[in-house]
Design a protein around this ligand. Structure first.
Ligand SMILES: [Zn+2]
Length: 165
């Protein structure tokens, strides 16, 4: 496994795609909107609007939470990112990866991870063929307990029942 490589370069194709979407929508690429796109493109953590705001507000004091929400809404309407809904924490999580994949949401720690899944691409094609829709994207979210939270639960004595004879 290779370590995660942070890529601050504007050549990040995901960031370029988001900026292009805003440009195509006729929006001015303000420094705040650029920062939001860069953050979305640089993270796999499926952040909420509040998390994006918290991550950027020190570096961009003129950024408002409303701007974060507006920019995210616009990107969702353009099909450039996906809104995943809440993961038990009451907040909408956003995903800049719109390639076919499955999201796995942990209801305990509210983390959302990606699982590349070729079957999703096949499902997209099947749905498009049978419905006549031009598919712009799909969101497929599985809910459950992540491996870490399962291990934590097993280490809590009150939870480990019926495992022994
Ligand atoms: Zn978890």
């Amino acid at each position: 496994m290779k370590g995660r490589v942070a890529s601050p370069t504007p050549q990040n194709p995901l960031e370029a795609r988001l900026l292009q979407a805003l440009r195509d929508a006729g929006l001015r690429l303000t420094v705040q909107r650029r920062a939001i796109c860069r953050y979305l493109a640089s993270t796999k953590s499926h952040p909420t609007a509040q998390q994006i705001y918290n991550a950027l507000k020190d570096e961009f004091p003129s950024l408002s939470l409303a701007t974060v929400y507006n920019t995210l809404d616009t990107l969702v309407r353009l099909g450039a990112i996906h809104a995943l809904g809440n993961t038990g924490d009451g907040a909408i999580h956003y995903d800049a990866d719109i390639e076919p994949h499955v999201n796995l949401a942990c209801l305990q720690c509210h983390r959302v991870v990606d699982l590349p899944c070729e079957a999703v691409a096949e499902l997209d094609r099947k749905v498009a063929a049978e419905s006549g829709y031009r598919i712009l994207g799909a969101r497929l979210v599985y809910y459950g307990l992540c491996p870490e939270c399962q291990r934590a639960a097993q280490q809590t004595p009150s939870v480990s029942v019926a495992a022994h004879h």
